[in-house]
Ligand binder design. Structure first.
Ligand code: ADP
Ligand code: MG
Length: 478
């Protein structure tokens, strides 16, 4: 029997506000434990929460970016449960009336485009952190994170494979970073994913019983965790068993999921509207003002790069991965006025290659976009061959020096003088009579040998196209 997976993701995005969602305490990461939770975050008697306008603006920005409906009226509710890192005994969240409803995100997998529905996105506060590792037999509690604003984004069960789930997670990550509403740091927990998955016989319309995998917090693990879980479910069903609806945890070390709690043990959160907070009412003017702040979105940029620069889908995708990289690329094209595809190659192969080798961000590149543009020009105007260009790029990367200064200092100029090249060719041919005879006898592969000899004699500086043309002519005429 053929099986089909059904997947829906719940992603918690930490919003990039300076202060918490209901207090003025700082949200900065990495402070000493328990130095950034104020009386409101701790739920001290007599305190009242005040909603952070910036968090609302960011949620609206997200909603507009995914073509969702922005609720003119949404309500904060108390989600009640007891846990040591939840100081108030409840989390303020949105339940029945979230701020964002509907919408979609476009993903591309194997050249196929799909729209993945977004059910809802709601604002809520984060809890603190329990630290189990540093204390023998004890649990440490750090409440710095309590009250940090989160946007929980829930997808429709529209995803059909681990690969699609990964593509969705990446597309969502890219979007929230583009929007400037999240720093996107997965290690620090700014972007957290829970994955819901079930399987059903291919062609079946009804969904199967799902499990929820908690905390799949890296792109690397989402595919693996889901693949494992899908295989586990299929095995059970094929053996005639039934899937238990439960929450499971992915263990990256063992590459498997294991049960945390079943639906029966699931908590009853006793949601009710928070009496300390008024319903959140937004007017159209506020929503329109936020719309004006929207940057060019990843999807639109991707399409524009394909059309305007004639790039292949893969190249356009790579170059629009972040807006900083896209800006860099466009600056190179504009400043150099060179072929956009040539520029794309240099950015993707040389620049990104060098960045990856040193694990650097585009913003930390020692070679600036205007400098790379100048290098493109020197290749276009024949001063440098492509090969010399790569050597110059390496030196630019290491020294941060100007292209022209390096060409001058290191004597990198390409030899384009016909007479000079011919002279070298004559010398090479004169010292290889046997090879010439073999070549004429039909061993055409030797042409490359002659080219190599000429390039060697000029330390790689002869213009390769000229060398080719002149050599051809000489070998014919001699
Ligand atoms: P909760 O986890 O709070 O019960 P929902 O029932 O709304 O919330 O579902 C959460 C996520 O589970 C959503 O992303 C949804 O798309 C996904 N989902 C719901 N049903 C299934 C199913 N049968 N198989 C896979 N995913 C599902
Ligand atoms: Mg859930």
């Amino acid at each position: 029997m053929e099986w089909e997976a059904v997947i829906g993701l719940e992603i918690h995005v930490q919003l990039l506000t300076k202060s918490k969602i209901f207090s003025g305490a700082s949200t900065a990461y990495g402070a000493l434990p328990n130095t950034q939770a104020c009386a409101i975050d701790l739920g001290m008697p007599g305190t009242l929460p005040v909603l952070n306008r910036e968090a609302v603006r960011m949620a609206v920005k997200f909603g507009l970016a995914v073509n969702a409906e922005i609720a003119k009226r949404s309500v904060f509710a108390r989600k009640n449960y007891f846990y040591p890192d939840l100081p108030k005994g409840y989390q303020i969240s949105q339940y029945e009336l979230p701020i964002v409803r509907g919408g979609y995100l476009t993903i591309r997998v194997d050249g196929r485009e799909r729209r993945i529905g977004i059910t809802r996105a709601h604002l809520e506060e984060d809890a603190g952190k329990s630290l189990h590792e540093d204390f023998h037999g004890l649990t440490g509690i750090d409440l710095n994170r309590a009250g940090t604003p989160l946007l929980e984004i829930v997808s429709e069960p529209d995803l059909r494979s681990p690969k699609e789930a990964l593509a969705y997670m990446k597309a969502l990550h890219q979007l929230v970073v583009y929007l400037g509403i999240c720093d996107g740091n997965l290690q620090e927990g700014s972007f957290r994913c829970d994955a819901n998955v079930s399987v059903r016989p291919k062609g079946e319309i009804k969904f199967g019983t799902r499990t929820e995998i908690k905390n799949v917090n890296s792109f690397r693990f989402v595919e693996r965790a889901l693949s494992y879980e899908i295989a586990r479910q299929i095995e059970i069903l094929e053996a005639g068993g039934q899937i238990v609806q439960e929450t499971r945890l992915y263990d990256a070390d063992l590459d498997q999921t294991r049960s945390m709690r079943s639906k029966e043990e699931a908590m009853d959160y006793r949601y009710f509207p928070d009496p300390d907070l008024l319903p959140l009412v937004l007017d159209q003017a506020f929503i329109e003002a936020v719309r004006q702040e929207l940057p060019e979105l990843p999807e639109a940029k991707y399409r524009r790069f394909c059309e305007q620069y004639g790039l292949k889908p893969y190249d356009a995708e790579v170059l629009t991965a972040s807006s900083a990289l896209a800006d860099y690329y466009e600056r190179v094209v504009q400043d150099s006025a060179c072929d956009p595809k040539l520029c794309a190659n240099w950015v993707m192969v040389e620049l990104i290659g060098a960045l990856n080798k040193e694990n650097r961000e585009i913003t930390q590149s020692p070679v600036s976009a205007p400098q790379l543009a100048k290098l493109m020009q020197r290749i276009a105007d024949g001063t440098l061959s492509g090969k010399l260009g790569k050597q110059v790029f390496e030196l630019m990367w290491q020294t941060g020096k100007d292209v022209d200064a390096l060409i001058e200092e290191e004597g990198f100029k390409q030899i384009t003088d016909q007479g000079a090249i011919e002279q070298v060719i004559d010398q090479v041919l004169a010292s290889h009579p046997k090879e010439i005879a073999d070549y004429r006898a039909g061993k055409e592969k030797l042409f490359g040998f002659f080219v190599g000899q000429v390039m060697k004699a000029t330390a790689g500086k002869a213009n390769p196209q000229q060398v080719n043309a002149l050599l051809k002519a000489k070998l014919k005429s001699q």
